[in-house]
Design a protein around this ligand. Structure first.
Ligand code: HEM
Length: 404
């Protein structure tokens, strides 16, 4: 269940906090009640973020050696930083991702998405299927991020390969051979990131100055870049894919978007609540404590089931239905909460709003050929493809009356 939590059907009997042991024998306190998830996120003293980037399948010696050979290190920087250095690093990144800077990218992104949709519409008209993940969503967040923050000058395909490998290495159930192969990929790209951390200007340069002035370990800048590339852009392309897939199954919402009865921002928010790309996020208990009625010893891995918290009946009247604008739709915890709340929330929302607005007319004319498949993972959905084809016109569209 831990590695395919999105497949779990709604269960009113499921406890708000439960102990689940994974296949390596580690017990996790899995928290799904909305109020309890909030409480844990709001108390970083008791529930520290230190384990946010720990490999859920312990990495064997051979793969550790491979990582070490490439100089791979992930010192506390952002999501995994419970130290006093966190607010200063966060402030530098927050400035780079400020909502005003994000808004200035909207026109450029709209133009890019429009051109891509026109190309896809042509291919669909010719009868070919298209993949809305690979052909539309996969690299958009990376391209926007590169305009906001200096990134290594690598091909988008190389960055995607690295970031998906990292999500697998740290959050998937794996065997040692796969861990070794992933360690090679992740380690090799980490060396590229180090080079960028040493030279780039903009936010990276400011992080470097900050790290020097605050006497932080030099790898702090690499740690921040690693997280932005892995969680920031990859998460958003996953969200775009999941949301587009959802919309292919919601003709009433697509019709509402066409008439203006449903707002684009409401669709994005309901998407974050109903189909978040990060399904769980971790904390570690710093001392013996309790969550709800459950005793939680110091050192316990606490898995916050963010996706299920958004489906808590205390949040919305229709938690398992996709109803943009329903009361409570914005109360999801898809971006976490508290001191580590996602710094890319405004960016992800802007990107999703542009993609929904520009893609909705096309979605009304397609049918699903193949739904995305998501590999086993503790935290990330990682959809692989979203294949659609031109929908054949119905008899009613052709003005035909079907004899009964
Ligand atoms: C739909 C897309 C996204 C989702 C669902 C998401 C979700 C999250 C979650 C759950 C956390 C952990 C919060 C916590 O511990 O309380 C987080 C942290 C973070 N996210 Fe996002 N994220 C998304 C997109 C982005 C983007 C586009 C960026 C930047 C390019 C970004 C940058 C960050 C950063 C820097 C942190 C760490 C903040 C800190 O520790 O101070 N995220 N995100």
């Amino acid at each position: 269940m831990l590695f395919r939590s999105w497949d779990q059907p709604p269960d009113p009997g499921w406890p708000p906090v439960a102990t689940i042991t994974d296949r390596t024998g580690t017990a996790h306190a899995v928290v799904s009640g909305h109020h309890l998830v909030r409480r844990v996120l709001a108390d970083p003293g008791t529930f520290r973020p230190d384990n946010a980037l720990d490999a859920v399948t312990p990495i064997p010696v051979a793969a550790l050696r491979t990582l070490a050979r490439h100089g791979f290190r992930l010192p506390p920087a952002l999501a995994n930083n419970g130290l006093p250095s966190h607010p200063g690093i966060r402030a530098v990144v927050a400035e780079a991702l400020h909502p005003d800077r994000v808004t200035r990218q909207q026109g450029w992104l709209t133009g890019l998405v429009r051109r891509r949709i026109a190309g896809l519409a042509g291919r669909l008209r010719s009868g070919a299927p298209v993949d809305l993940y690979a052909d539309l969503a996969a690299d958009l967040p990376l391209r926007v991020l590169a305009r906001l923050v200096a990134l290594p000058d690598s091909d988008a395909a190389v960055v995607k390969e690295f970031s998906r490998a990292a999500l697998e290495l740290f959050w998937a159930p794996l065997d040692p051979a796969r861990q070794l192969a992933l360690a090679e990929l992740v380690g090799r790209y980490h060396a590229v990131l180090r080079d960028c951390a040493d030279r780039a200007g903009g936010m990276v340069g400011r992080l470097r100055e900050h790290a020097r002035a605050a006497r932080l370990p030099p790898d702090t800048v690499v740690g921040a870049l690693f997280f932005l590339l892995v969680a920031g852009q990859e998460t958003t392309s996953q969200f775009l894919t999941l949301l587009l897939h959802r919309l292919t199954r919601e003709p009433a919402v697509l019709a509402g978007l066409a008439t203006g009865g449903v707002g684009v921002d409401e669709v994005v928010e309901e998407g974050l609540r109903h189909d978040p790309p990060i399904v769980t996020w971790r904390r570690v208990a710093a001392r013996d404590t309790t969550i709800g009625d459950m005793p939680v010893p110091a050192g316990t891995s606490v898995v916050l089931w963010l996706a299920r918290a958004g489906r808590d009946p205390a949040v919305t009247g229709h938690p398992d239905r996709f109803l943009p604008g329903q009361p409570g739709t914005r109360r999801h915890l898809a971006f976490g909460a508290g001191a580590h709340r996602c710094l890319g929330a405004a960016l992800a929302r802007m990107e999703a709003a542009v993609v929904v607005a520009e893609t909705a007319p096309l979605l009304r004319r397609v049918e699903l050929v193949r739904a995305p498949w998501c590999p086993d993972n503790l935290s990330f959905r990682m959809p692989d493809a979203l294949m659609v084809a031109r929908a054949l016109p119905s008899p009613a569209d052709l003005g035909l009356v079907v004899a009964s």
